[in-house]
Design a binder for this molecule. Structure first.
Ligand SMILES: NC(=O)c1ccc[n+]([C@@H]2O[C@H](COP(=O)([O-])OP(=O)(O)OC[C@H]3O[C@@H](n4cnc5c(N)ncnc54)[C@H](OP(=O)(O)O)[C@@H]3O)[C@@H](O)[C@H]2O)c1
Length: 185
């Protein structure tokens, strides 16, 4: 990226009243720092890929540098979650229900029996749809993340939104994390 060029574009868009708040997408902390060498508007959001089944940015911090833990080393994006908390940048989770990279949702998928068993148990306990539990796993994180829904189905939007007010216990949150295949040392 060329920060001066981006800064000029941001200034023009802001002056024209077309954009009120600026964010980035798939940026590492250092990339945001590079951008900030020229951009004067606050960067308020960063969209990253995040779902229960694709959570390396969360999992890295759980494993830290432990030997034998692949989740300790990969895809943590330069500590983007901790950086965002320090810098007050809101993370927005894209593909929140996709198992991986646009390869179908994990909800109800026979490939994730353990995870769906925990999701079903919590959905029954809280009397909400399963998609609300998957939403709550993201919004319950103390970084104050937002969820970028891909569906245009109004019923699914309403069902997912029920999760944003659902405060999972820490035990429930870690149950979901472990059932998705991550380890808690
Ligand atoms: N910043 C980036 O680099 C980036 C990258 C990718 C995406 N995004 C943004 O993130 C948004 C969300 O991404 P996504 O579409 O991959 O997210 P998603 O909400 O995880 O997936 C939604 C897709 O899954 C389908 N789906 C099938 N069964 C579903 C179920 N039981 N519950 C929910 N959805 C189900 C939906 O179909 P129906 O429509 O039929 O419900 C929809 O096509 C996108 O619209 C895009 O704006 C940003």
């Amino acid at each position: 990226m060329e920060p001066d060029e981006v800064a000029a574009a941001f200034d023009e868009l802001e002056a024209a009243g077309k954009v009120r708040a600026f964010g980035v997408s798939n940026h590492t902390p250092r990339q945001i720092d590079v951008l900030r060498t020229a951009v004067r508007q606050p960067i308020v959001a960063n969209q990253i890929q995040l779902s229960i089944t694709h959570a390396p940015t969360v999992a890295q911090g759980v494993a830290m540098n432990m030997a034998g833990e692949t989740q300790a080393q990969t895809l943590d994006a330069g500590g983007v979650i901790d950086y965002s908390r320090v810098e007050k940048i809101t993370l927005q989770a894209w593909s929140p229900f996709q198992a991986g990279f646009f390869n179908g949702v994990f909800l109800g998928s026979p490939e994730y029996p353990e995870l769906n068993a925990v999701i079903d148990r919590l959905a029954a306990a809280y009397d909400v749809p399963t998609i609300a539990i998957a939403t709550a796993w993201i919004t319950r994180h103390p970084a104050g993340m937002q969820v970028v829904l891909g569906t245009t189905n109004p019923d699914r939007v309403r069902a997912a939104a029920q999760g944003s007010d659902l405060h999972l216990t820490r035990a429930e949150w870690y149950d979901l994390f472990r059932a998705a295949g991550y380890r808690v040392p």
